[in-house]
Write a protein that binds this ligand. Structure first.
Ligand SMILES: [Zn+2]
Length: 63
């Protein structure tokens, strides 16, 4: 199980192995998705942690 990706156009859940949405045919942003990040193991997790820290620091500046 690779999980699923939520279509950015129609909002439906599409199996992650599909290149495009099975409902509306929109191209799915695989390389930007959380599931594709986790697929790369520790490097994907590290990327998510860094991205999270950047988002948190941005929120700290705004708030
Ligand atoms: Zn769709």
């Amino acid at each position: 199980m690779e999980g699923s990706i939520r279509c950015p156009r129609c909002g439906e859940e599409t199996p992650a192995e599909n290149l495009s949405c099975i409902f509306c045919g929109a191209t799915l942003p695989h390389r930007l998705g959380v599931f594709s990040g986790l697929r790369y193991g520790w490097r994907g997790i590290l990327f998510l942690v860094i991205a999270g820290l950047i988002i948190l620091s941005f929120l700290a500046l705004v708030l």
